[in-house]
Design a protein around this ligand. Structure first.
Ligand SMILES: [Zn+2]
Length: 455
């Protein structure tokens, strides 16, 4: 990993003060704790699996650094620990009875649970990372399921992280594959941000852009080696994921690391898809598939004669605010979509354009189209290339691999546009009246999703 990049990112991070990464660094946990939380007691929080993996090493390191420790808090290892709010409450109430600072040992779920519990107590914490499975380690906020659907709660990022690559290399390989899926979406997410920047919706912050996009191609360059948990390849992936988290922390938003591909995943997550599987369907598997979906959409979209659109006709046909709301409601009618309807209406109306605003937007799109095409082409990879990377690493690249049938998948292109106010290629295509044409082309004869090699 490049020490410089992480050090630079740490200098602007609002919450995270230290990241120790490399091979065998778990032994430095105690020193990091002592440095960041001088004079504080500690408590190790783990689940049965992560305790077996590193519980002893972490405890020994903390003791060696002279930290007084509470008894460890260990969640059961089976079934897979669930990022449910009830687990946040369990550990929060346990922590309330002590003044100890938590040192969690885990990946996405455990880190999110302890992050939120500590945040609710306004207490710092640190985490020892056990897998390169997502970009949330250094991110602020926690993704938790409450009353059956996923919510994101604001809470500070960890004060310190220990990322021992030898430890992370022993994680089940599917976790590495899922981390790759989360990271590869930063490619089309970058194109979404470029589009948004050119159209004056949300400017690109060059510094934050560099944190994510700088190490990205290198981090994604060795999917086949990641399939065998090669430590050097894993170092690259872990770096990319940590940098994305730090970028979100610096930007105080997930924009740098999440675009329309993530919205595919969020749609299925909010519909509860795969939450009750054992192990639950991972974030990165859905996001990887969303990446292929959006790369394929960009490929079609960038060939369209957008400057040839009829602006007057589009403005006349544009739905009123009420019609837009009705359109969203009509799109999420399945029982599983019930938790999604009100948030989708709210998010869609947040980005609603009045007809005259649409006119100004369309004039700008026409004027800027050649720039949009050239800058996005430079940023993107072909859908087939994204697919082959995901295949090589052992991740998901076709909807049927995760029990999403083709009809539901096709409709996800339309639904995903409604669930976040964030401006993406899906919004651009809706505004220029080409969303349906582009999506249907992908599923028609010769379309990406009709091809045998998509499978
Ligand atoms: Zn993600």
């Amino acid at each position: 990993m490049t020490e410089d990049l992480i050090a630079t990112a740490l200098s602007t991070a609002t919450d995270t003060k230290a990241i120790v990464h490399g091979r065998g660094v778990v032994d430095r946990t105690g020193d990091v704790f002592a440095e960041q939380f001088p004079g504080r007691r500690g408590i190790v929080v783990a689940d049965g699996n992560t305790w077996d993996l590193a519980g002893e090493a972490v405890t020994a390191s903390l003791r060696a650094a002279g930290i007084d420790l509470d008894e460890p808090y260990v969640f059961p290892g089976v079934p897979t620990l669930y990022a449910g709010y009830e687990n946040v409450e369990l550990i929060r109430e346990h922590l309330r009875g002590t003044d100890a600072v938590a040192c969690s040992i885990g990946a996405g779920t455990l880190n999110d649970i302890v992050k939120l519990a500590s945040g609710e107590l306004e207490r710092p914490y640190m985490n020892v990372c056990t897998a390169a499975s997502m970009d949330g380690y250094a991110a602020f906020g926690s993704s938790i399921t409450k009353d059956g659907f996923k919510i994101t709660r604001n809470c500070p990022a960890p004060t310190a992280l220990v990322a021992d690559l030898d430890l992370m290399a022993t994680a089940p390989q599917r976790l590495t594959a899922t981390g790759f899926g989360d990271l590869v979406e930063k490619v089309p997410a970058g194109a979404d941000w470029i589009v948004s920047d050119i159209l004056g919706v949300e400017p690109v912050d060059e510094y934050v852009w560099g944190l994510v996009q700088g190490p990205l191609r290198e981090s994604l360059s060795r999917p086949a080696d990641l399939a065998t948990s090669d430590p050097d390849a894993l170092a690259g992936l872990a770096e990319g994921l940590l940098m994305s988290g730090l970028a979100m922390q610096a930007h105080q938003s997930s924009r740098p690391a999440s675009g329309a591909g993530h919205q595919f995943s969020h749609t299925w997550e909010m519909e509860g898809h795969g939450l009750d599987w054992e192990p639950p369907l991972s974030h990165g598997f859905k996001v990887g598939l969303g990446t292929v979906a959006i790369c394929a959409l960009f490929e079609v979209a960038l060939t369209k004669d957008v400057p040839g659109i009829n602006i007057d006709a589009l403005v006349t046909a544009w739905p009123s605010r009420e019609e837009m709301e009705a359109r969203v409601r009509a799109m999420h009618t399945a029982e599983r979509a019930a938790p999604l309807v009100e948030p989708a209406v709210e998010q869609t109306l947040k980005k609603y354009l009045e007809p005259e605003e649409l006119r100004a937007r369309l004039e700008l799109v026409v004027e800027q189209w050649p720039t949009i095409v050239s800058r996005c082409r430079e940023q993107l990879v072909p859908a087939a290339e994204a697919r082959e990377m995901l295949r090589a690493v052992g991740a998901v690249y076709h909807p049927e691999q995760i029990d999403i049938d083709m009809e539901r998948f096709r409709l996800t292109y339309y639904r995903a546009q409604t669930i976040r106010s964030r401006y993406t290629i899906l919004d651009l295509l809706l505004e220029v009246g080409l969303l349906e044409e582009c999506v249907e082309e992908l599923f028609g004869p010769d379309g990406y999703w009709a091809r045998d090699d998509a499978r």
